[in-house]
Design a protein around this ligand. Structure first.
Ligand code: 5GP
Ligand code: ZN
Length: 115
């Protein structure tokens, strides 16, 4: 979609270092990381929210989330991680192209996550 930053990254028009990728999703480091290793799993096609994804994409989405976390675990030390997906503005979605945040956590790091 025109003027969508994640579509441009998906198309290779804006360079980004991919952490993991499969047929339908890829992951990259977040440009404003909330913790060390904060990454985004992004759909290759433009979907606005999780409601727009066909359920058949579920296994590839989980594969990309897990593959990304495994890669991060090899590079960084962390004790846990949050997997977060914001949908619509009221829930904090700024980029209107489906993505999932993976936020590595260290015990007592003080980061406040709403859930
Ligand atoms: P949202 O609030 O929409 O769930 O989060 C969007 C995320 O995308 C934010 O954490 C923001 O830092 C990240 N982001 C926005 N533009 C870019 C970009 O051009 N490159 C990367 N790597 N991350 C981006
Ligand atoms: Zn897009």
């Amino acid at each position: 979609m025109k003027d969508c930053i994640f579509c441009k990254i998906a198309a290779g028009e804006i360079p980004a270092t991919k952490i993991y990728e499969n047929g339908s999703f890829f992951s990259i480091p977040d440009k404003n990381p909330k913790t060390k290793g904060h990454s985004l799993v992004i759909s290759k096609k433009h979907f606005e929210t999780v409601l727009d994804l066909n359920s058949t994409l579920g296994s590839e989405l989980i594969d990309c989330i897990k593959g990304t976390i495994m890669k991060l675990m090899k590079a960084e030390n962390f004790d846990g991680f949050n997997v977060i997906n914001n949908n619509f503005e009221a829930a904090g979605q700024i980029v209107k192209h489906f993505h999932v945040h993976i936020i590595p956590r260290i015990k007592d790091d003080g980061l406040e996550i709403i859930a």
